[in-house]
Design a binder for this molecule. Sequence first.
Ligand code: P6P
Length: 335
Amino acid sequence: MRRPLGVTVSRHIMDSQRLHPKATGDLSGLLNELIVAAKTIGAEVNMAGLADILGMSGKTNIQGEEVQKLDEFANRTIINRMARSGYLCVMTSEEEDDIIPVQDGYTGKYTLAFDPLDGSSNIDVNVSIGTIFSVHRRVTASGQGDKRDILQAGRKQVAAGYILYGSSTMLVFTTGEGVHGFTLDPSVGEFYLSHADIKTPERSKYLSINAGNRPYWQQNVRDYFDLLGEYDPEKDRPYSTRYIGSLVADFHRNLITGGLFAYPRDSRNPDQPHGKLRLLYEASPLAMLIEEAGGRAITDDGRNILDIEPEDLHQRVPLIIGSKADVDEAEEFLS
Ligand code: P6P
């Protein structure tokens, strides 16, 4: 159903629910609660330059990365709100070593995996950053959930999306019926439909990759991206390079304009043999979004991201994601 631009995200969610007579409204409620958390985070992010919340918290997370104060704020905001929403049985966050229980008496039928503030190393230089989320249906029967509820393939997601805190704050998500973008009007605190049923162009316009890592890539990956750099007028190559080092910002631009984003595995860090990006709360939700928008997402050895069975909460995967024609070619070359 194509809705008029300007409709609020709450109206959009309710209209979607009406298409499913058996829907209980729990997924709608979950999304609305998450949106409240996102608005709270957005307000803080936009004030970061003025308040004493820039810089490091003095802590490091399981990834061994220094935790920014805003990272911690975003993480706590989502956990505190969603733990007592009544829609979840368990959560996992990039900022938490283990699974996160919900409040006793408030267990529900979904799970939430999230990166509270991806790209946070860019906070202090005012580069767009984002929150990424992934929702699955629980597989355990009742009560508090466990890792079995979280460690599910991306193909089984019921919803996925991100909030981009940029020149404007945007919410982009899918529940399996198209990808829709909403822009926040901060004067009224409402997200309005601004990008209905987003479809990513069949072929890319931009290549988003950290070329500084080339010496560390596998040889076939180096060969492939060298090929992309050659003059090929039939394929409009070489593409322009656009890489801001903030996954949600790079992904969002490519989703709208057509682009190929890649973060291959590299030999630089023996602790990260499968690349830098995480499966559950980065690659998997973005893969659901891009497939819903007509694109694709694979690993650098040609596996479909959505078919990977996770084994660990913070499992990393190499990622190649974007316009279908480009990902198809990458898959053929790298498989
Ligand atoms: P590099 C940010 O730290 C992040 O996780 C993603 O947002 C971004 O795409 C990537 O790392 C950038 O990594 O190694 O190119 O700086």
